[in-house]
Design a protein around this ligand. Sequence first.
Ligand SMILES: Nc1ncnc2c1ncn2[C@@H]1O[C@H](COP(=O)(O)OP(=O)(O)OP(=O)(O)O)[C@@H](O)[C@H]1O
Length: 211
Amino acid sequence: MNLSQPQTQPLLELRALSSEQIGPLALSLDSGELVTISGPSGAGKSLLLRAICDLDEHHGQVLLAGRERITYPPSQWRRKVAYLPADPAWWEDSVGPHLGDTSDSLLKGLGFTPEVREWTVERLSSGERQRLALARLLGNQPQVLLLDEPTANLDLANAERIEALVKSYLQEHQAAALWVSHDAEQLRRLQARTLHIVDGKLLASEVAESA
Ligand SMILES: Nc1ncnc2c1ncn2[C@@H]1O[C@H](COP(=O)(O)OP(=O)(O)OP(=O)(O)O)[C@@H](O)[C@H]1O
């Protein structure tokens, strides 16, 4: 063992993660780190996120701060390692019950006043749905965010607002995020290590150049 170089434990680690469509994949994310994922439609980006949060059958190991996922009750894992699907589900008529512990300041950061809790889900635009789904996800204070095209329905100003909010969340909570995006401009703006996935395989990893 090399004692001169202290080992830092990754926050999230994938070891030989695979399913019928993806992998095997190995990946480590440090606390505070944002990693973006790009790749063609159907490459397996969503399936990778779903495997990490244990929504689909797969092989291999997923560890959070060195502790294996199988040692967590599934509901606890999904709070800690939170998945934001491209089209999040809503199960009540009004917004409020979905928001749980989400603070007013978080809602403000996403461009809403507290009155949004009284709104019906039915009236929400696709962009409002997307921002509120992120609010409810962050309200649970997850340690890892798995974000599947979280700004796909948003204009540039709102997309940038979400980019800034997620980055400050990662710093504040020493959390990590995997962020799927098809938008080359956004990938450049986010200034993160980018993974390219093609046919379920990790093709390359690179650090984005300055815009
Ligand atoms: N339950 C399933 N059983 C079999 N194949 C599936 C299943 N779910 C998805 N697939 C297939 O696996 C491939 C990867 O799907 P995935 O949703 O991960 O793609 P993606 O990279 O997220 O694409 P997009 O950018 O279009 O959202 C696709 O060909 C898809 O049809």
